[in-house]
Design a protein around this ligand. Structure first.
Ligand SMILES: Nc1nc2c(c(=O)[nH]1)N[C@H]1C(S)=C(S)[C@@H](COP(=O)(O)O)O[C@H]1N2
Ligand SMILES: [Mo]
Length: 435
C-alpha cells in the first residue's frame, strides 16, 4: 500500500491521456483553437439565427401551428414578414441546412484541437471551473444532439420516437445558450491568441506553419504539447484539409438549395438527384398514397368548404373554383429541410375566397387537408399572409391541372412561408379572427 496521502496522489494525473506528455501533436495550441473557434462562432451564429427565424416563419402563435405549447415558448419570437419574397425562406433554410452540414468537419476539428482538455487533471479544481465544465457538457452534448437530429431529419429519415421539431427547438435553446456563454468565456483567450501570435500569422508564413506554438507561461494548460512529436502535416495543411472537407460537403449537398449544375453533384442531399419522387417535373415531398389521399375524396364529389364568421360557409366544386378569377404567379416551395423548387402556379386569390364568406380584412386562415391524419394536414396563416400579393389556392401548375401528388384538386401557395404551409389536397378553409 502506498503511504502517499490521497491529496497528493490525486494531484498527480493517472497514466494515460491526463498526463501532459500524452498529447503530442505539434499543431495544437491556443492559436489553432482560437482560429477554429472564431470561424465556427460566425457559422453557428448564422445557423442558430436562421433556425429561430424558421421557427418564426411557422407562425407558431397561430391556430394549431404551435410547435411548442404557447405558454412554454420563449417570450420572444423573431419577426418573419408576411408577403416577403418567396426566395427569403428558401435562402433562410438553404443557409440553415447547408451551412449546418458544412460546419461538421470544422466542429470535429475544433473538438480535436481541445481534446486534451477533456482529460484535464484534476477533473474539477474549483466551483467556477466545475460550472464551466458543466456548460461544456451542455455545449458538446447540445451540438451532438442538434447536428445529429437535424442532419438525420434533413435526410428525410425519421427514426425518432419523439417529436423532432419540438426536440430540435428546445435543443436549440439549450445549445445556443451554451455556445454564447462559451464564446463569452473564451473571448479573452481568442483576443490574446490574436494579439500574441498574430491573427493569421501561424498560417501564412510557411515556416511558422510548421512550428509548434510557443508555450505561454500564463496558461498552465494551454494545449501546446510539452513534448511535441515531429510534424506530419503543417498547420496550413490541417486548415486546408478541414476547409477542403467543408468544400466537399458543400459540393455534394448544397445543390439541392442552390439548383443549377450544382444540383447534379449534390449526391448527399436527398433532394439533389436520384432519390427523388417527381411529378410534373418537380419533386414530391409526400405522395398522395403515403398521405392516404384517394381518388374518391378528390374526384367529382370534391367540394371545398369555405367557412367565415357568423357560421357563414360555402361549398365550391373544382369547376366553380375554376370559374372564379384566376391569377398566375411564380412561387417557390421551400422546404424546412433545405431544398426548394420554383414553379408557375395558377389559382384563386385567398382574398377572393375570403370575400365569398364575408371574412373581413383582419382575419387569419386555417387550411385543412383531405389527408386524414398527420401534423402537416393543416396550417394557419396570419391576416398578413392571406393578403400577401398572389397568396392563392392553386389549382394548376405550369399550365396543367395539379397532379394528385402535388395536391389536386387544390393546394395553398403563399409566397415567403415554409413548405409546410403550402398545404396540399385542401378540403376546408376557415377564416377566423386572430386572438
Ligand atoms: N396535406 C399536406 N400538405 C403538405 C404536406 C403534407 O405532408 N401534407 N407537406 C408539406 C411540405 S413539408 C412541403 S415541403 C410541400 C411540398 O410540396 P410538394 O410535395 O408538392 O413538392 O408540401 C407541403 N404540403
Ligand atoms: Mo417541407
Amino acid at each position: 500500500m502506498s503511504r502517499i496521502p490521497l491529496r497528493e496522489r490525486l494531484a498527480e494525473p493517472p497514466p494515460g491521456p491526463s498526463r501532459p506528455g500524452f498529447w503530442r501533436s505539434p499543431l495544437r495550441g491556443p492559436w489553432l483553437t482560437a482560429f477554429f473557434g472564431s470561424v465556427l462562432l460566425v457559422g453557428l451564429l448564422l445557423v442558430s439565427l436562421t433556425g429561430f427565424l424558421s421557427h418564426a416563419a411557422y407562425r407558431p402563435a397561430l391556430g394549431r401551428n404551435a410547435i411548442v405549447p404557447l405558454d412554454r415558448d420563449l417570450p420572444i419570437t423573431l419577426p418573419w414578414p408576411s408577403g416577403g419574397p418567396d426566395w427569403l425562406y428558401a435562402l433562410n433554410q438553404g443557409v440553415h441546412v447547408t451551412l449546418g452540414v458544412v460546419l461538421v468537419p470544422l466542429i470535429l476539428a475544433k473538438l480535436w484541437s481541445v481534446i486534451p482538455r477533456l482529460f484535464a487533471w484534476p477533473p474539477v479544481s474549483s466551483p467556477a471551473q466545475a460550472l464551466e465544465r458543466l456548460s461544456l457538457l451542455l455545449l458538446v452534448g447540445g451540438a451532438g444532439f442538434q447536428f445529429a437530429t437535424g442532419i438525420v431529419n434533413a435526410q428525410i429519415y425519421y427514426p425518432f420516437s419523439f417529436n423532432f421539431v419540438l426536440a430540435h427547438y428546445y435543443g436549440a435553446v439549450v445549445f445556443t445558450g451554451a455556445f454564447l456563454l462559451h464564446a463569452a468565456i473564451q473571448m479573452p483567450k481568442v483576443r490574446r491568441a490574436a494579439r500574441e501570435r498574430g491573427v493569421l500569422k501561424p498560417l501564412l508564413d510557411a515556416e511558422a506553419s510548421r512550428r509548434p506554438e510557443e508555450r505561454s507561461p500564463e496558461e498552465a494548460h494551454d494545449l501546446v504539447a510539452p513534448d511535441p512529436a515531429p510534424a506530419t502535416i503543417s498547420r496550413r495543411g490541417l486548415v486546408g484539409m478541414v476547409g477542403g472537407a467543408m468544400g466537399l460537403v458543400f459540393l455534394t449537398w448544397g445543390g439541392q438549395s442552390i439548383g443549377g449544375p450544382l444540383r447534379k453533384v449534390a449526391v448527399l442531399a436527398p433532394r439533389g438527384r436520384g432519390m427523388d419522387r417527381y411529378a410534373q417535373g418537380f419533386v414530391v415531398n409526400k405522395t398522395a398514397a403515403s398521405a392516404r389521399v384517394t381518388r374518391e375524396t378528390t374526384g367529382a364529389g370534391y367540394r371545398l368548404v369555405v367557412a367565415g364568421p357568423g357560421g357563414r360557409s360555402v361549398e365550391l366544386s373544382r369547376e366553380e373554383l375554376l370559374a372564379m378569377p384566376q391569377t398566375t404567379t411564380s412561387c417557390a416551395i421551400s422546404c424546412v429541410e433545405g431544398w426548394s423548387t420554383r414553379q408557375r402556379w395558377t389559382g384563386v386569390l385567398l382574398t377572393d375566397l375570403a370575400a365569398r364568406v364575408g371574412a373581413a380584412d383582419g382575419m387569419a386562415l386555417t387550411a385543412l387537408s383531405l389527408q386524414p391524419a398527420g401534423v402537416l394536414r393543416q396550417a394557419s396563416f396570419s391576416a398578413g399572409d392571406v393578403h400577401a400579393t398572389n397568396a392563392m389556392l392553386a389549382l394548376a401548375v405550369n399550365g396543367e391541372p395539379l397532379a394528385l401528388d402535388h395536391g389536386y384538386p387544390a393546394r395553398i401557395m403563399v409566397p415567403g412561408l415554409p413548405g409546410v404551409h403550402q398545404t396540399k389536397w385542401v378540403g376546408r378553409l376557415t377564416f377566423f379572427r386572430e386572438a
